[in-house]
Design a protein around this ligand. Structure first.
Ligand SMILES: Nc1ncnc2c1ncn2[C@@H]1O[C@H](COP(=O)(O)OP(=O)(O)OP(=O)(O)O)[C@@H](O)[C@H]1O
Ligand SMILES: [Mg+2]
Length: 145
């Protein structure tokens, strides 16, 4: 079991910081390249969502990122204390976005779910958003299990 925790402001430039820090933390696992790409994508989608939706126009909102792993799984936890989501089912629909004017495609949640082995979201309007993601570890640079 190993674990890390990061807290950072909701400034867009911190997205790369969060993503690369997690990749560095997971280095000892020697994950297949494909899995590293999927984890980077999950992080980018989750962190950018917290920044542009949760903390819309706020640059000093706190985003909490915790990553841990055991023998079998990587656990990713992304939490913001932003505006929250009042209709999670709708937010999860492919191509649903509340920000069409920003030309978002509404695919972030769908992409995260596709790449995750387990995906849980807890959120309420006004109460922030909490994502729990579990991803199975595949060893040794193989592409198939
Ligand atoms: N952390 C969050 N806080 C508040 N609302 C959120 C959060 N994450 C997602 N949402 C809501 O869920 C909707 C769907 O999110 P999703 O990531 O699928 O699409 P998007 O961010 O709008 O577009 P894309 O990710 O394709 O750029 C968002 O439009 C937003 O309304
Ligand atoms: Mg998104």
């Amino acid at each position: 079991m190993n674990k890390m925790k990061l807290e950072f402001y909701s400034k867009l430039e911190n997205e790369a910081f969060a993503r690369t820090s997690v990749v560095a933390f997971l280095m000892p696992l020697d994950l297949p390249m494909e899995d590293v790409m999927e984890i980077k994508t999950i992080l980018a989608e989750a962190v950018v969502n917290a920044m542009i939706h949760g903390y819309e126009n706020v640059e000093d909102g706190i985003i909490l990122l915790e990553v841990s792993y055991d023998e079998h799984y990587i656990y990713i936890h992304v939490k913001d204390d932003g505006c929250g989501i009042d209709d999670i089912q709708k937010a999860m629909e492919p191509m649903y976005t509340s920000k069409e004017y920003l030309e978002r495609s509404g695919m972030g949640m769908t992409i995260m779910q596709t790449f995750a082995d387990e995906f849980h979201i807890h959120s309420e309007a006004g109460k922030g958003c909490d994502l729990q993601i579990k991803k199975k570890i595949r060893h040794g640079n193989q592409t198939e299990q």
